[in-house]
Structure formats: structure tokens, C-alpha cells
Design a protein around this ligand. Sequence first.
Ligand SMILES: [Zn+2]
Length: 428
Amino acid sequence: MSDQENWGEDDDNDPDYVPPVEIENGHVTSTTEDDSESSDDEVPTTSTNGEFNTDLPTAHKYLGKLKHVSGYTLYDDEEVLEVMAIYTTTMVFPGFTLPLVINNYAEMSVMQSYIEKNSVFVLIIANAKLNGVFEYGVTMEIFENQVRINSLHIKAKGRQRCRLLGELKNWGGQLKQVIVKILAEPEITSPLCDTQLYTLKRLKPYTSEKYCDIIKNYKYRRYHLCQYPLESWVYDKYEVSYYVKLLLEGLSNYLGEYIPKDPVMLSYWFAQNYLLLHEERLHLLQLNTALERLKVGYTFLKRVRIIRCSGCDVEISDPSKVFAMSKDGIQSNYVNPGGHNYETITVTSAQNFQLEGKPSKQFSWFPGYAWTIMHCKNCGKHLGWRFTSSISKPYCFYGLAKGGVKVHIEGDCHDNKLRVFTAIFEEP
Ligand SMILES: [Zn+2]
């Protein structure tokens, strides 16, 4: 790679290196009082074969050592709550982690007094037109927090979907007091689960949590379905295991071993990680069952996508280059010391960019890797960061920031978008 001459050298050893003092493009580049805590010197960053330890990014160790908060809060279905809401530019689905740095003094004091009594808040995001708050959100439970000098560091995990019923108070900035209703996560059962005698069910099962078992016993299923008016494939399409199989096959390139097989978690994994448009993710967030999310998700999976610069549309990368550097998946939320959250997609290669400045390991989201700022070659837009290491494999990869890049659907048009939402029952 022609622009990699400086890689493999640790800038800490460069006598001419003078650390800049500005917070820029997602990373602070000055020495801070927390340097010792964010150091990754004692963290094993690689396995014995030199592969990067993908557990590390999920721990968000760059935030330093935080105080653990115990508890796991699940509210009853349809329960109505009055809670604090945080408005961010990123989306987090149940099961995924949001790191936060709050450094506005007013927001810090409001949030500090809130979390003394509560560990749950609601994450809210912009609607599809980006002119207001979307009516669905996710409850987040704080599992670690720490007050630093002039900042409050928080790690929170998504728990349940909820619907906004009203706004009680605007605390200013990104904080609001809201009323929400918890949404149920109904269990998905086979459309045929109660249509067979129990004695036969044990001997000739034709429903299963695994699609391969349904296929294995398909002749029993076909005999049984003869009594119903529709073709057998219509009933097959209401088996959640069918869509689990389709999505897992479609996602097999993306760290398959860590993709959850459970339908509910898979539906959230897909919504969190796949290269989706903002409105596609909003659509998935408002769907009430895993079956619906998996069906619509599969139609999204079939669309041809490309990653372009959000400033000038030049091509930066494509889905075949996407890979996972974190066990959370290919797209994760990270935060910089300035409090700005970035959803970052990791890709093995990128094009049409230029690098700015020297590599730095400070506050690195991937321990052991040094980052260098990437700009669009064409329009200068900040795209993300190139990460490099002389020890861990891969030695080089790219973290593209949502906001700097956008997902473009090839051949997209208004009709195409509409078809996605109306043709979910067509045979794949
Ligand atoms: Zn550009």
C-alpha cells in the first residue's frame, strides 16, 4: 500500500513528534489526565496466532476504569414509565452497548443526580425526516459509570424497545424527561404448533426451532398441510426458523460464529450491524415481532449497497470489504473524549481518501492500534480513521464513521423503496 510508509512505527518513540492539542474528528490528540487509565499496555491484544482480540472493543477500555453498577432491569410489557431520555446521533438496539461521554456541565449535573436513583434511561433518535424525535426508542441500563474531571463517562446496554408517549421537560442539550410505554417482545411460535395431536407430535414432528429439522421431516408436514387451503410454502414462510436460516446464510461473511442464532437477537443484530439506511433501521425498530423484523431484514439484505462519501458521493468501499473487529459486530458505537458518538463500520480496504497527521494510539477504540484521520480525496469530508498495528492482525483496516460516509442503494428509486415494505411475502 503506497501510503503506508510510516506505519509500523510507534510515534511514542519519535523524538520530533509533538502531540496536537485539538479535539478533532472523533479523537482527542492531546495528552490528558486519563492517559494512564486508557493505556492498553497491560491488555493482551492478540491471540497466540497474532489475531486481534475482538473482545477488546466491546469493553470500551479507552474510557478508562469505570465504577460497576449491578442490576438487570426488565419492565413489564405495556408498562408506562417516566424516565430521562438522551437524544443521540446513534442508534442502539436491545443487547448492544452505548458508550457515552457527557462533558457539558449542566447536562452532567442533571445526569449525575438522575443516575444516583436510576440506572435506566431511554435512548431516542431523529426521525426519518431528521426534523424531530422518532416515536420509538430503547431503554438503556447503565452498567458502568464514572465522574472524571469535567466529564461523566457512562456505558449502557440496550434492554427493551419502547414507545414515546410524551415529553414532560426539556433539560436542554441532549436530555429530556419523557413518558414511554414498554413494548412487548412476543414469543414466536410456528403457525402449525397447535394443529397436531400431541401423540403424533412426538413421533412425526413437523415444526422445529431449526429449519433443517423441518426439512428433515418435511413429508409429515406436507401430509398434514393437505387439509389446508393454501400451498405449503405459504405456511413455511411463517416459520421464524426459515428467516433465521436465510439471514444467517446472507450474513455468513460477517464473523458468522458470533452472529446470534436466536430469532430475537438475530433480528436486533441485523438491525444494529448491517449497512442500513437510517429509515430502514427506524422501520425495523418499530416492528413488533422478531418474525416481522427478520422478514423485512431479509428484503433489506437483498438490496445492492455501496458505501459512498456523504459529501460528494464518491465510492469509498462496498459491503464485500466489511468485516468484524469487534464481537458486537461490524458496526459499533464508540465515543470520543469530546462526547461525540460515532457509529463506525470496519472495512478491510477503502479508496478515494487521503490521510491527515501522524498515527496516534491515544484513546484508541481498538487497543494496540494507532489511528490516522481519513479525509475524502475529492471533497475533504472527514470519513473516519485508518487503524494500523505492527503486532496485531489485520495489520491495517479502516473505521468509517457514519456521517462521513453513507450507504447508497444501487438502482434505488422511490418505487424500489416502496417495494421493500410491500413485497415481504414474495417468494425469495
Ligand atoms: Zn467526498
